[in-house]
Design a protein. Structure first.
Length: 106
């Protein structure tokens, strides 16, 4: 696995990237950076953690709004988006963990 250094909202991150996945990773980083910067620039949210959660929700919503391909047989909670399997239950669990005990974004 290759490692790449990327910047999101001015902060540097070292990310693992499978060989041949550089273009997709850079596109994803660009999307996250644009979304987080737009939220920060709105001036309504200051904390990086909250900006990250809101950006993740916005990007997940945009992904969910795309036309759906037929779900794989036998997995009602998974949908295919552009060749990537999305496990809705796993995403919800990760969001719950990120939000913490209070369950509040703001």
């Amino acid at each position: 696995m290759k490692q790449m250094e990327v910047n999101i909202m001015g902060q540097s991150y070292i990310l693992g990237c499978p060989e041949g996945g550089e273009t997709s990773l850079l596109e994803a980083v660009g999307n996250v950076d644009r979304e987080m910067s737009a939220i920060r620039d709105s001036g309504r949210v200051k904390a990086r953690e909250r900006i990250a959660v809101l950006a993740a929700l916005n990007l997940a919503f945009a992904l969910a709004e795309r036309p759906l391909a037929a779900p794989k047989a036998g997995n009602a909670t998974s949908a295919s988006h552009g060749g990537t399997d999305v496990d809705i239950d796993a995403l919800i669990k990760r969001l719950d963990q990120a939000l913490g005990a209070d369950g509040q974004l703001l």
